[in-house]
Ligand binder design. Sequence first.
Ligand code: DGL
Length: 276
Amino acid sequence: MSNKQLLVFDSGLGGLSICREIIAVSPTLQMHYLSDNAAFPYGGKTQQAVTARALEVIEAALETIQADMLVVACNTASTAVLPTLREHLNIPVVGVVPAIKTAAALTRSGTIGLLATPGTVAREYTKTLITQHAANTQVISVGSSALVELIEAHIHGNHLDINAVAQILREFDGQPGGEKIDSVVLGCTHFPLIRDLLIELRQDWQWIDSGAAIAARVCSLLNSQPTPLNEVCHVSRQAWFTQNTSTTEKLTHYLLQHGFDAPQLLPRSSQLTSVD
Ligand code: DGL
C-alpha cells in the first residue's frame, strides 16, 4: 500500500483504460485523472501544438495536484512531448506508446496493424519504434481521429455506431498486404475501452495494447519508493477537466464505474493559452 499520488493525463477519457489496469494491480493507489477536454482531440494537431499544450496543462495541474509521478496515458501526446516533460518536471514521467515490440514478437504472419491517431502514426517517435523493434515485420497503419471521437462521444452518452467502427477497421484490408494481418496494436488509449466490440468485429486478429505493461512499470517504480504503512490514508481518485462538460451526469456515471469521483474543473483552466 502507498499514499503516493499518481497523475494520469490524456486529452480525453481514453486514459481511463490505463487507470483500469493500474487499479487492478494497485487498488489502494491515490490517483488523479486529468483530461484536457478543452483541447480534445489531439490527434490532428501538430507535434509542436501538442507539445506546448500538454506541457502547459500538466504544469498548471501540478500547481493544484501534489503528484509523485505522471503517466502520460495518451499515445499522441507521449510520442510528441515525453523528452520535453522529462526536462521540465522534477517527478518521474511514464509514457504510453504503441506496443509495436510486443506485436512484432507475437505475429506469426509477419504483418501487423497499427491503429492510432493520425498524429501518432506520423510521428518520428513511432517510425523509430518500428525501425528498432519491427524491422522484419510489415506494419500497416490506420490513423483515425474519427474512432477516437466516436468513443469519446459514446462515453458522453452518444450511441456507438458499430458500422462506423467496422468501416474504420476495413481501412486495413484496403492496403497492400492487409489480408496478412494477424495482430493489431491499439496505439491510442481510447481503443481498449471498446476492446470487446473490436474482438467481436475481428476475431481473427489479436488485439494488443500496452495497459498491463504500463501498470506493472508504474507499480515497480512506486514500490521502489516505499511509504511507511502508518502514512496510508483512504483511497481517493479525483478527475479534473480543463473545461466544463454539458454531459456531467453521464460523465459522472462513467467516472464512477472506473472508480473516480465526479468531474472537477481544473483551477485556472480559463487562463490556459487557447488552442485551435
Ligand atoms: N487517447 C489519446 C491517445 O492515446 C487520444 C488522442 C486524441 O485526442 O486524439 O492518443
